[in-house]
Design a protein around this ligand. Structure first.
Ligand SMILES: Nc1ncnc2c1ncn2[C@@H]1O[C@H](COP(=O)(O)OP(=O)(O)OP(=O)(O)O)[C@@H](O)[C@H]1O
Length: 362
Protein backbone atom coordinates (compact mmCIF):
# COMPACT_ATOMS: atom_id res chain seq x y z
CA UNK A 1 0.00 0.00 0.00
CA UNK A 2 1.53 3.28 -1.02
CA UNK A 3 -0.70 6.01 0.53
CA UNK A 4 0.42 7.37 3.90
CA UNK A 5 -0.91 5.33 6.82
CA UNK A 6 -3.76 6.83 8.85
CA UNK A 7 -2.25 5.55 12.07
CA UNK A 8 1.37 4.86 12.96
CA UNK A 9 2.37 3.47 16.33
CA UNK A 10 6.12 3.56 16.86
CA UNK A 11 7.99 1.79 19.66
CA UNK A 12 5.19 2.36 22.18
CA UNK A 13 5.94 1.55 25.83
CA UNK A 14 3.17 1.67 28.44
CA UNK A 15 3.39 0.81 32.13
CA UNK A 16 1.16 0.87 35.21
CA UNK A 17 2.04 1.77 38.78
CA UNK A 18 0.86 -0.94 41.18
CA UNK A 19 1.62 -1.77 44.81
CA UNK A 20 3.68 -4.74 43.69
CA UNK A 21 5.75 -2.72 41.23
CA UNK A 22 5.54 -1.28 37.72
CA UNK A 23 3.65 -3.50 35.23
CA UNK A 24 5.38 -3.34 31.83
CA UNK A 25 2.18 -3.81 29.85
CA UNK A 26 3.37 -2.71 26.39
CA UNK A 27 7.07 -3.02 25.57
CA UNK A 28 7.86 -1.54 22.19
CA UNK A 29 4.86 -1.98 19.88
CA UNK A 30 5.12 -0.61 16.35
CA UNK A 31 2.43 -0.91 13.72
CA UNK A 32 0.86 0.96 10.86
CA UNK A 33 -2.71 1.08 9.64
CA UNK A 34 -3.88 2.18 6.21
CA UNK A 35 -7.30 3.48 5.15
CA UNK A 36 -9.87 0.75 4.67
CA UNK A 37 -7.75 -1.95 6.29
CA UNK A 38 -8.82 -4.39 9.02
CA UNK A 39 -5.91 -5.22 11.34
CA UNK A 40 -6.60 -7.86 13.97
CA UNK A 41 -4.50 -7.80 17.14
CA UNK A 42 -4.58 -11.22 18.78
CA UNK A 43 -2.99 -12.87 21.77
CA UNK A 44 -3.83 -14.37 25.12
CA UNK A 45 -5.39 -12.39 27.92
CA UNK A 46 -2.88 -9.94 29.41
CA UNK A 47 -0.68 -9.67 26.32
CA UNK A 48 -1.24 -5.91 26.07
CA UNK A 49 -3.81 -5.69 23.26
CA UNK A 50 -6.34 -3.50 25.09
CA UNK A 51 -3.69 -1.31 26.66
CA UNK A 52 -2.22 -0.65 23.20
CA UNK A 53 -5.67 0.29 21.86
CA UNK A 54 -6.42 2.54 24.83
CA UNK A 55 -3.03 4.23 24.69
CA UNK A 56 -3.71 5.17 21.05
CA UNK A 57 -6.63 7.35 22.07
CA UNK A 58 -5.21 8.52 25.39
CA UNK A 59 -7.76 6.51 27.37
CA UNK A 60 -5.37 4.82 29.82
CA UNK A 61 -6.49 4.27 33.42
CA UNK A 62 -5.13 6.83 35.89
CA UNK A 63 -2.24 4.60 37.04
CA UNK A 64 -1.01 4.05 33.47
CA UNK A 65 1.41 6.13 31.44
CA UNK A 66 3.12 6.08 28.08
CA UNK A 67 6.83 5.79 28.88
CA UNK A 68 8.13 6.10 25.35
CA UNK A 69 7.17 5.98 21.70
CA UNK A 70 4.70 7.83 19.53
CA UNK A 71 1.22 7.40 18.10
CA UNK A 72 0.72 9.39 14.92
CA UNK A 73 -2.75 9.96 13.54
CA UNK A 74 -2.58 11.67 10.16
CA UNK A 75 0.83 12.94 11.22
CA UNK A 76 -0.31 14.37 14.61
CA UNK A 77 1.43 12.83 17.65
CA UNK A 78 -1.36 11.81 20.02
CA UNK A 79 0.96 10.89 22.88
CA UNK A 80 1.96 14.52 23.20
CA UNK A 81 -1.47 15.99 22.36
CA UNK A 82 -3.49 17.78 25.05
CA UNK A 83 -6.86 16.49 26.26
CA UNK A 84 -8.78 18.94 24.07
CA UNK A 85 -7.05 17.77 20.89
CA UNK A 86 -7.51 14.15 21.96
CA UNK A 87 -11.21 14.67 22.49
CA UNK A 88 -11.52 16.05 18.99
CA UNK A 89 -9.68 13.06 17.54
CA UNK A 90 -11.77 10.62 19.60
CA UNK A 91 -15.01 12.12 18.39
CA UNK A 92 -14.14 12.53 14.75
CA UNK A 93 -11.05 10.63 13.74
CA UNK A 94 -10.63 7.55 15.89
CA UNK A 95 -13.64 5.90 17.53
CA UNK A 96 -13.71 3.00 19.99
CA UNK A 97 -16.13 0.10 20.36
CA UNK A 98 -15.81 -1.79 23.63
CA UNK A 99 -16.63 -5.35 24.62
CA UNK A 100 -19.61 -4.44 26.74
CA UNK A 101 -21.72 -1.77 25.05
CA UNK A 102 -23.66 -1.20 28.27
CA UNK A 103 -20.59 0.56 29.63
CA UNK A 104 -20.85 3.24 26.92
CA UNK A 105 -24.64 3.42 26.45
CA UNK A 106 -26.55 5.73 28.74
CA UNK A 107 -29.54 3.82 30.17
CA UNK A 108 -31.52 7.04 30.61
CA UNK A 109 -31.23 8.33 27.04
CA UNK A 110 -33.03 7.05 23.94
CA UNK A 111 -30.93 5.24 21.39
CA UNK A 112 -31.71 7.82 18.73
CA UNK A 113 -30.49 10.66 20.94
CA UNK A 114 -27.30 8.76 21.78
CA UNK A 115 -26.45 8.00 18.17
CA UNK A 116 -27.20 11.63 17.23
CA UNK A 117 -25.19 13.15 20.09
CA UNK A 118 -21.70 13.00 18.51
CA UNK A 119 -23.13 14.72 15.45
CA UNK A 120 -24.53 17.50 17.61
CA UNK A 121 -21.17 17.92 19.36
CA UNK A 122 -18.83 17.60 16.40
CA UNK A 123 -20.85 19.00 13.48
CA UNK A 124 -23.17 21.92 12.86
CA UNK A 125 -26.13 19.69 11.92
CA UNK A 126 -29.47 20.75 13.34
CA UNK A 127 -31.17 18.57 15.95
CA UNK A 128 -33.59 17.30 13.31
CA UNK A 129 -30.91 16.53 10.72
CA UNK A 130 -28.76 14.75 13.33
CA UNK A 131 -31.72 12.66 14.36
CA UNK A 132 -32.52 11.71 10.77
CA UNK A 133 -28.89 10.76 10.22
CA UNK A 134 -29.01 8.63 13.38
CA UNK A 135 -32.09 6.77 12.14
CA UNK A 136 -30.42 6.10 8.79
CA UNK A 137 -27.35 4.79 10.55
CA UNK A 138 -29.42 2.52 12.81
CA UNK A 139 -30.96 1.08 9.69
CA UNK A 140 -27.49 0.70 8.19
CA UNK A 141 -26.28 -1.39 11.15
CA UNK A 142 -29.32 -3.62 10.89
CA UNK A 143 -31.75 -2.34 13.54
CA UNK A 144 -35.25 -3.08 12.21
CA UNK A 145 -37.85 -0.30 12.25
CA UNK A 146 -35.16 2.26 13.13
CA UNK A 147 -37.49 5.27 13.33
CA UNK A 148 -39.56 3.54 16.02
CA UNK A 149 -36.65 1.95 17.82
CA UNK A 150 -34.71 5.20 17.93
CA UNK A 151 -37.22 6.29 20.60
CA UNK A 152 -36.46 3.30 22.82
CA UNK A 153 -33.87 2.82 25.60
CA UNK A 154 -30.84 0.48 25.75
CA UNK A 155 -32.52 -2.14 27.95
CA UNK A 156 -35.14 -2.70 25.21
CA UNK A 157 -32.48 -4.14 22.88
CA UNK A 158 -30.72 -7.51 22.78
CA UNK A 159 -26.96 -7.81 23.42
CA UNK A 160 -26.22 -8.11 19.69
CA UNK A 161 -28.38 -5.08 18.90
CA UNK A 162 -26.69 -3.04 21.62
CA UNK A 163 -23.32 -3.90 20.09
CA UNK A 164 -24.62 -2.74 16.69
CA UNK A 165 -25.81 0.49 18.30
CA UNK A 166 -22.35 0.98 19.86
CA UNK A 167 -20.88 0.52 16.37
CA UNK A 168 -23.38 3.06 15.01
CA UNK A 169 -22.28 5.58 17.66
CA UNK A 170 -18.63 4.91 16.81
CA UNK A 171 -19.31 5.42 13.11
CA UNK A 172 -21.66 8.37 13.20
CA UNK A 173 -19.03 11.04 12.56
CA UNK A 174 -17.38 8.99 9.82
CA UNK A 175 -14.13 8.22 11.66
CA UNK A 176 -10.99 7.19 9.80
CA UNK A 177 -10.25 4.47 12.35
CA UNK A 178 -12.42 2.27 14.58
CA UNK A 179 -10.68 0.53 17.46
CA UNK A 180 -12.91 -2.43 18.34
CA UNK A 181 -11.84 -4.07 21.61
CA UNK A 182 -13.30 -7.57 21.86
CA UNK A 183 -16.54 -6.33 20.28
CA UNK A 184 -18.04 -9.79 20.01
CA UNK A 185 -16.80 -11.60 23.11
CA UNK A 186 -20.05 -11.19 25.02
CA UNK A 187 -22.18 -12.34 22.07
CA UNK A 188 -23.21 -15.78 20.92
CA UNK A 189 -21.43 -17.25 17.92
CA UNK A 190 -24.12 -16.42 15.35
CA UNK A 191 -24.39 -12.79 16.45
CA UNK A 192 -20.58 -12.57 16.63
CA UNK A 193 -20.40 -13.44 12.96
CA UNK A 194 -23.05 -10.83 12.10
CA UNK A 195 -21.25 -8.07 14.00
CA UNK A 196 -17.92 -8.93 12.36
CA UNK A 197 -19.57 -9.01 8.93
CA UNK A 198 -21.02 -5.62 9.69
CA UNK A 199 -17.59 -4.17 10.54
CA UNK A 200 -16.21 -5.66 7.32
CA UNK A 201 -19.07 -4.22 5.27
CA UNK A 202 -18.78 -0.75 6.76
CA UNK A 203 -15.08 -0.76 6.12
CA UNK A 204 -15.73 -1.61 2.47
CA UNK A 205 -18.42 1.04 2.08
CA UNK A 206 -16.82 3.90 4.00
CA UNK A 207 -13.07 3.22 3.85
CA UNK A 208 -12.89 3.22 7.65
CA UNK A 209 -9.86 1.31 8.93
CA UNK A 210 -10.56 -1.13 11.76
CA UNK A 211 -8.28 -2.42 14.51
CA UNK A 212 -9.97 -5.52 15.87
CA UNK A 213 -8.63 -6.56 19.27
CA UNK A 214 -9.47 -10.13 20.22
CA UNK A 215 -8.10 -13.13 22.07
CA UNK A 216 -9.99 -15.38 19.66
CA UNK A 217 -7.93 -16.15 16.58
CA UNK A 218 -10.84 -18.07 15.11
CA UNK A 219 -12.99 -15.00 14.55
CA UNK A 220 -10.37 -12.99 12.67
CA UNK A 221 -9.57 -15.32 9.78
CA UNK A 222 -12.49 -14.19 7.66
CA UNK A 223 -12.45 -10.43 8.38
CA UNK A 224 -8.84 -9.34 8.90
CA UNK A 225 -6.52 -8.18 6.13
CA UNK A 226 -3.53 -8.32 8.45
CA UNK A 227 -2.93 -9.95 11.82
CA UNK A 228 -0.57 -8.86 14.61
CA UNK A 229 0.14 -11.48 17.27
CA UNK A 230 1.02 -10.09 20.71
CA UNK A 231 2.78 -11.79 23.58
CA UNK A 232 3.93 -10.22 26.84
CA UNK A 233 3.56 -6.65 25.63
CA UNK A 234 5.24 -7.12 22.25
CA UNK A 235 4.21 -7.97 18.72
CA UNK A 236 5.90 -11.29 17.95
CA UNK A 237 4.55 -11.80 14.44
CA UNK A 238 2.71 -9.61 11.93
CA UNK A 239 1.65 -10.28 8.37
CA UNK A 240 -1.31 -10.63 6.07
CA UNK A 241 -4.01 -12.92 7.45
CA UNK A 242 -3.05 -15.39 4.75
CA UNK A 243 0.59 -15.37 5.86
CA UNK A 244 -0.04 -15.58 9.59
CA UNK A 245 -2.61 -18.36 9.24
CA UNK A 246 -0.92 -20.17 6.36
CA UNK A 247 2.79 -19.69 7.02
CA UNK A 248 3.15 -18.85 10.73
CA UNK A 249 6.73 -18.57 12.04
CA UNK A 250 6.71 -17.79 15.77
CA UNK A 251 6.24 -20.79 18.09
CA UNK A 252 3.72 -18.72 20.03
CA UNK A 253 1.63 -18.28 16.86
CA UNK A 254 1.98 -22.05 16.34
CA UNK A 255 0.58 -22.54 19.83
CA UNK A 256 -2.34 -20.19 19.21
CA UNK A 257 -3.15 -21.85 15.91
CA UNK A 258 -2.86 -25.26 17.55
CA UNK A 259 -5.79 -24.27 19.72
CA UNK A 260 -8.03 -23.64 16.69
CA UNK A 261 -10.45 -26.25 15.41
CA UNK A 262 -9.34 -27.32 11.91
CA UNK A 263 -11.08 -28.60 8.80
CA UNK A 264 -9.88 -32.11 9.68
CA UNK A 265 -11.05 -31.71 13.25
CA UNK A 266 -13.83 -29.12 13.07
CA UNK A 267 -15.02 -29.71 16.58
CA UNK A 268 -11.42 -30.31 17.67
CA UNK A 269 -10.62 -29.90 21.34
CA UNK A 270 -9.27 -26.51 22.18
CA UNK A 271 -5.70 -27.04 23.28
CA UNK A 272 -4.49 -24.31 25.58
CA UNK A 273 -0.79 -23.47 25.32
CA UNK A 274 0.84 -25.14 28.35
CA UNK A 275 2.14 -22.79 31.05
CA UNK A 276 1.00 -19.27 31.74
CA UNK A 277 1.94 -15.80 30.53
CA UNK A 278 4.83 -14.15 32.39
CA UNK A 279 4.69 -11.75 35.28
CA UNK A 280 4.81 -8.38 33.58
CA UNK A 281 6.37 -6.67 36.60
CA UNK A 282 9.47 -8.72 35.99
CA UNK A 283 9.23 -10.19 32.48
CA UNK A 284 11.79 -12.83 31.48
CA UNK A 285 14.97 -11.70 29.74
CA UNK A 286 15.19 -12.65 26.08
CA UNK A 287 12.14 -13.92 24.21
CA UNK A 288 9.43 -13.73 26.88
CA UNK A 289 7.83 -16.89 25.47
CA UNK A 290 10.91 -19.07 26.11
CA UNK A 291 9.72 -20.70 29.36
CA UNK A 292 6.68 -22.09 27.45
CA UNK A 293 8.43 -22.66 24.16
CA UNK A 294 9.39 -26.26 23.33
CA UNK A 295 11.52 -24.89 20.47
CA UNK A 296 13.50 -22.43 22.60
CA UNK A 297 17.23 -22.23 21.95
CA UNK A 298 19.78 -20.84 24.38
CA UNK A 299 19.84 -17.34 22.92
CA UNK A 300 16.05 -17.10 23.57
CA UNK A 301 16.82 -17.01 27.29
CA UNK A 302 19.42 -14.28 26.87
CA UNK A 303 18.43 -11.80 24.21
CA UNK A 304 15.12 -10.62 22.77
CA UNK A 305 14.97 -11.54 19.08
CA UNK A 306 14.70 -8.75 16.50
CA UNK A 307 12.18 -8.99 13.68
CA UNK A 308 13.20 -11.12 10.73
CA UNK A 309 11.50 -10.58 7.39
CA UNK A 310 9.65 -13.56 6.01
CA UNK A 311 8.20 -11.59 3.08
CA UNK A 312 7.82 -7.87 2.39
CA UNK A 313 4.55 -7.98 4.37
CA UNK A 314 5.37 -10.63 6.97
CA UNK A 315 7.84 -10.56 9.85
CA UNK A 316 8.35 -12.44 13.07
CA UNK A 317 10.53 -11.94 16.13
CA UNK A 318 11.94 -15.40 16.74
CA UNK A 319 15.54 -16.62 16.79
CA UNK A 320 14.36 -19.61 14.74
CA UNK A 321 14.50 -17.27 11.73
CA UNK A 322 18.06 -16.09 12.33
CA UNK A 323 20.62 -17.11 9.74
CA UNK A 324 22.25 -20.32 10.95
CA UNK A 325 19.42 -21.21 13.37
CA UNK A 326 18.81 -24.94 13.77
CA UNK A 327 16.09 -26.22 11.43
CA UNK A 328 13.11 -27.37 13.48
CA UNK A 329 10.00 -29.22 12.41
CA UNK A 330 6.89 -27.29 13.44
CA UNK A 331 3.97 -29.19 14.98
CA UNK A 332 2.16 -31.39 12.41
CA UNK A 333 -0.87 -29.07 12.25
CA UNK A 334 1.41 -26.14 11.37
CA UNK A 335 3.34 -28.21 8.82
CA UNK A 336 -0.01 -28.95 7.17
CA UNK A 337 -0.81 -25.24 7.08
CA UNK A 338 2.56 -24.53 5.46
CA UNK A 339 1.99 -27.25 2.87
CA UNK A 340 -1.50 -25.97 2.00
CA UNK A 341 -0.20 -22.40 1.86
CA UNK A 342 2.65 -23.44 -0.43
CA UNK A 343 0.32 -25.40 -2.68
CA UNK A 344 -2.04 -22.45 -3.04
CA UNK A 345 0.68 -19.82 -3.48
CA UNK A 346 3.33 -21.79 -5.34
CA UNK A 347 5.85 -21.20 -2.57
CA UNK A 348 8.41 -23.43 -0.89
CA UNK A 349 6.71 -25.42 1.87
CA UNK A 350 9.24 -24.78 4.64
CA UNK A 351 10.89 -21.80 6.23
CA UNK A 352 11.76 -18.90 3.97
CA UNK A 353 14.83 -19.67 1.90
CA UNK A 354 15.64 -16.10 0.95
CA UNK A 355 18.12 -14.29 3.22
CA UNK A 356 16.40 -12.84 6.26
CA UNK A 357 17.31 -9.59 7.89
CA UNK A 358 16.42 -7.98 11.16
CA UNK A 359 13.84 -5.25 10.64
CA UNK A 360 11.52 -2.90 12.47
CA UNK A 361 8.14 -3.80 13.85
CA UNK A 362 5.85 -2.80 11.05
N1 LIG B 1 -5.01 -0.35 35.41
C1 LIG B 1 -4.08 -1.30 35.42
N2 LIG B 1 -3.23 -1.45 36.44
C2 LIG B 1 -2.26 -2.39 36.47
N3 LIG B 1 -2.05 -3.27 35.47
C3 LIG B 1 -2.87 -3.18 34.41
C4 LIG B 1 -3.92 -2.22 34.31
N4 LIG B 1 -4.57 -2.40 33.13
C5 LIG B 1 -3.94 -3.42 32.52
N5 LIG B 1 -2.93 -3.90 33.27
C6 LIG B 1 -2.01 -5.00 32.93
O1 LIG B 1 -1.47 -4.75 31.66
C7 LIG B 1 -1.25 -5.97 30.98
C8 LIG B 1 -1.91 -5.94 29.63
O2 LIG B 1 -3.33 -5.89 29.79
P1 LIG B 1 -4.35 -5.83 28.58
O3 LIG B 1 -5.70 -5.56 29.15
O4 LIG B 1 -3.85 -4.93 27.52
O5 LIG B 1 -4.30 -7.29 28.03
P2 LIG B 1 -5.17 -7.90 26.88
O6 LIG B 1 -4.20 -8.57 25.98
O7 LIG B 1 -6.05 -6.87 26.26
O8 LIG B 1 -6.02 -8.96 27.68
P3 LIG B 1 -7.60 -9.14 27.76
O9 LIG B 1 -7.96 -9.91 26.54
O10 LIG B 1 -7.77 -9.90 29.04
O11 LIG B 1 -8.18 -7.74 27.83
C9 LIG B 1 -1.78 -7.07 31.89
O12 LIG B 1 -0.69 -7.61 32.60
C10 LIG B 1 -2.72 -6.32 32.80
O13 LIG B 1 -2.80 -6.96 34.06
Amino acid sequence: MSAAPVLEVDDLHVSFATRAGRVQAVRGVSLTLHAGEVLAVVGESGSGKSVTARAVTGLLPANGRVDAGSVRYRGQDLVRADERALRRVRGNGIAMVFQDPMTCLDPTMTIGAQVAEPLRVHTSLSRRAARDAAVRLLERVGIPEPAVRARQYPHQFSGGQRQRIAIAIALVCGPDVVLADEPTTALDVRVQAQVLDLLGELRRDTGTAVVLVTHDLGVVASVADRVAVMYAGRIVEIGTAREVFGHPQHPYTWGLLGSLPTADQPDGRLLAIPGSPPDMIDPPTGDAFWPRNPYAVRIDTEQAPPFFDVSPTHRAATWLLAPGAPAVEPPPAVAQRWARHAASADLPAGRPTEPVEPGGGR
